[in-house]
Each structure stands twice: as C-alpha cells, then as structure tokens.
Design a protein around this ligand. Structure first.
Ligand code: IMP
Ligand code: MG
Length: 178
C-alpha cells in the first residue's frame, strides 16, 4: 500500500492537532444547544470518530451514506443516497461532518437535501478543502486544511475503496489511477 503513495501531505500528528482544535471550537460554538453530527460515509468515518471525541458537549450522531464517484477521481455531480439518517433533524442544530470538499457538488446536494428537512441550523465541518477545483460555491464553517489540487488518500479517503486505513493523508501516485 505504501508503495502507491507519492508523499505524505498531512501526518498523523498534524491531523490529530487540527482535529482537536476544531473539536474545541465546535464545543464552544454549540454550548447549550441540541447538536446532531452527521457523518457522511464512508470517507468521514475517521474524522467523525476523532472529532467527536474532542467535542465536550453532549451530541447525537447519525450517519448518511452517499455515492458520488464510482471508481473515478472526479465527481459526476450525480449523488445517490445509499443510506439515509435514522432520525428526523427538524428543529435541531445539524453539523455535517465531511472528509473533503472538491467540486462542491456533493455538499451542495447534501445541503439542499438536509435544509428541506427544516433543521434549526445547518453547518459544515470538513477535514480537507481543495478550493482550486470548486464548481459550485460552498461555504464551510469548520475547515481542517486547505490542500492543493492533488488526489489524496488515507484517514478515511479512498481510491476505488482502498487506502482508507492509512493513518496519514498522502498523495496517490498518478500512475495508480491513470
Ligand atoms: P465533490 O462532490 O467533488 O466535492 O467531491 C466530494 C467527495 O469526493 C468527497 O466526499 C470524497 O469522497 C471524494 N473526493 C474528492 N476529492 C478526493 C480526493 O482527493 N481523494 C479521495 N476522495 C476524494
Ligand atoms: Mg469517497
């Protein structure tokens, strides 16, 4: 697996520190509020697990599985819900927990979809942001790292379902997906 990685972009230690900061920020901002974290599977699995452990206020967690890519490195813009939330979110404060904003198409779809369920508020926490590739405008509220226009894997992010279990975020060698 390591032989497919060109270089490490974010180390385990750097991710850990930044996720702790985001958790502290979220704990302050939502103090006294009824907060639901929505993990977007599968990519945000590790981020959700670590972030939630740095949030010091009570939270509910729910999960939504969507598919946008297939085995490609570009978003088609067509998002499918594979698994929906367990519970309604009406009148609750909702924070979407996502791995990466690339074109923004997936989040645009999610924001439209979840807004229609009338939450008290809806915000976005993303571990990574690749602004160079944005197709639709998306404002994120909590943002771990801005990264260059490279295809990255690890810490939940995959290429064709592989590499999610790397503990760091690395740039995949282009010959792996070309
Ligand atoms: P968007 O719809 O183009 O913003 O893509 C968002 C989704 O594409 C993310 O939730 C990821 O699952 C996937 N994605 C985008 N960029 C990367 C990448 O560099 N590595 C792995 N997955 C990515
Ligand atoms: Mg993915």
């Amino acid at each position: 697996m390591l032989e497919d990685i060109d270089r490490v972009l974010l180390t385990e230690e750097e991710i850990k520190e930044r996720v702790a900061e985001l958790g502290a920020e979220i704990s302050r901002d939502y103090a006294g509020k009824d907060l639901v974290l929505i993990c977007i599977l599968k990519g945000a699995l590790h981020f959700m697990a670590d972030l939630s452990r740095h949030i010091s206020i009570p939270v509910d967690m729910d999960f939504m599985a969507i598919s946008s890519y297939g085995a490609s490195t570009k978003s088609s813009g067509e998002v499918r819900i594979l698994q929906d939330l367990d519970a309604p979110i009406a009148n609750r404060h909702v924070l979407i927990v996502e791995d990466i904003v690339d074109s923004g198409l997936t989040l645009k779809y999610l924001v439209d979809n979840l807004s229609s369920r009338r939450p008290a508020s809806l915000k976005i926490a993303t571990l990574l942001d690749k602004p160079a590739r944005r197709v639709v405008p998306i404002t994120t509220d909590y943002n771990g790292f801005q990264i260059p226009d490279e295809f990255v894997v690890g810490y939940g992010l995959d290429y064709a379902e592989k590499y999610r279990n790397l503990p760091f975020i690395g740039i995949l060698k282009p010959e792996v997906y070309k």
